[in-house]
Design a protein around this ligand. Structure first.
Ligand code: ADP
Length: 276
């Protein structure tokens, strides 16, 4: 019985969406997390991999004359230390995004290049999980921003789309040039037909360290910081992030960034160039 209602509710994307815009209106971007909370959160999150490493190191020490066991536990130490490294890297990233100068040196950035980089990074994971990956939409769009941060943000969305889908799923990145009441935006949407996210979690997943399913996140090598970074990158660029999702159906995360508009498009159409 719920299926008919579900279909009706799926279509009006805009009304269902959780929208975060740079200026204010949404609860999501209110500076919700104080620095003190950050320290408490981080300390807590570091305890797990550090504790695991301690136990594993002790085990290796005790098993010193059993080469098989040493190899096994050393392998697990490598996994945990890689996770720890990733977590520290993301904490540094987030720290910079929350500073007074989040963008550093802003410059024109080609969106095609950002999308291709994210696609390249995802290739192996897609092959391993038999996930088909596609890119569609408008080409040649540019924004002003930090190339590294934009790559990280889009890669986070693509990696999540892969991680939270089952083998054989489809992941698509779609780029759109949007004109809304004269404001020009670049919308970069990452769509999956994976496990989806319940309504009650849709706002919370943008909080740092929030996971719907801790075990699944950990199994995927997740840190719980990916979407928090995406949100901060979008807001730092004067944009926002929008989410549509249904459990069992999949998710679309749309990152909206102010477009870098070619000044030629803004002339008066007479063909005369007033600036000369
Ligand atoms: P993680 O490192 O756990 O992936 P994120 O901040 O990237 O952290 O995401 C937070 C949580 O949001 C994830 O743990 C997962 O529960 C949920 N999530 C993120 N992306 C998706 C997606 N595409 N489909 C379903 N759930 C998702």
């Amino acid at each position: 019985a719920p299926s008919r209602q579900l279909q009706v509710r799926i279509r009006p994307l805009a009304r269902e969406a959780v929208l975060v815009v740079g200026d204010d209106r949404s609860a999501l971007i209110r500076v919700d997390e104080s620095k003190r909370d950050l320290v408490a959160n981080i300390s807590h999150e570091l305890k797990t991999p550090v504790g695991a490493l301690q136990v594993l190191a002790e085990t290796v020490q005790e098993a010193a004359d059993e080469p098989e066991a040493v190899r096994h536990f050393a392998g697990r130490m490598l996994v945990e230390s890689t996770r720890l490294g990733e977590l520290v890297q993301q904490i540094i990233e987030l720290g910079r995004l929350q500073s007074d100068d989040p963008l550093g040196d802003a410059a024109p950035v080609d969106i095609d290049e950002i999308v291709q980089t994210a696609a390249g990074r995802a290739r192996e994971a897609c092959q391993a999980r038999r996930i088909s990956f596609s890119i569609a939409g408008d080409e040649g769009l540019r924004v002003i921003g930090d190339r590294h941060q934009l790559r990280v943000a889009l890669s986070n969305l693509v990696e999540n789309a892969i991680s939270y889908s089952d083998p054989g799923a489809r992941v698509a990145v779609t780029v759109r040039d949007v004109d809304e009441d004269g404001d020009r935006w670049v919308d970069i949407a990452v769509t999956d037909n994976g496990i989806g996210i319940g309504e009650e979690d849709q706002e919370r997943i943008f909080e740092r360290f929030y996971r719907v399913d801790y075990a699944r996140s950990r199994e995927n090598g997740g840190t719980g910081l990916g979407l928090s970074i995406v949100k901060h990158v979008a807001v730092a660029h004067g944009g926002g992030i929008r989410l549509w999702s249904r459990p069992g159906r999949g998710s679309t995360f749309t990152m909206r960034l102010p477009a870098l508009v070619d000044p030629v498009e803004h002339n008066d159409g007479t063909g005369h160039d007033d600036m000369v």
